[in-house]
Design a protein around this ligand. Structure first.
Ligand code: AMP
Ligand code: ZN
Length: 118
């Protein structure tokens, strides 16, 4: 894929040059299990194109985010989380704890979450 960013681990997951447990894939989006789950259900939903941060989203590319949320909702439903609830998180930038600079939506569920977050 021409939009792969060299050295980006999530671009490598998109291109299947490193392994992941993929739960959903279409032309624009891929979802896979987080390698270090923070909850019984912890899935990452990402766009296939390399975009670094949620702050890079604008009116030209925001349709991708809508699609990611629709995928997250479907996976939540498949995991019977729609009644009890679940958390969707974007970490944007280092202060928020972003470690991988390729946009990803965390879907977390299967336990109770505290607020405010740590
Ligand atoms: P963030 O801190 O929001 O950037 O989240 C990055 C997430 O990516 C963390 O929850 C990591 O556990 C997860 N992660 C890093 N490398 C991989 C990988 N190879 N496969 C699946 N998840 C990963
Ligand atoms: Zn990338």
């Amino acid at each position: 894929m021409d939009k792969e960013r060299e050295g980006c681990i999530f671009c490598k997951i998109v291109n299947k040059t490193i392994e992941s447990q993929i739960l959903y894939e279409d032309d624009e989006i891929i979802a896979f299990k987080d390698i270090k789950p923070q909850a019984p259900v912890h899935i990452l939903i990402i766009p296939k194109i390399h975009i670094e941060k949620i702050s890079d989203i604008n009116s030209d590319n925001s349709n991708l985010i809508t699609k990611m949320i629709v995928v997250a909702n479907k996976i939540a439903k498949d995991n019977n989380l729609d009644n009890e609830g679940y958390r969707l998180v974007f970490n944007c930038g280092e202060a928020a704890g972003q470690e991988v600079f390729h946009i990803h939506l965390h879907l977390l569920g299967g336990r109770k979450f505290g607020w405010p977050p740590g």
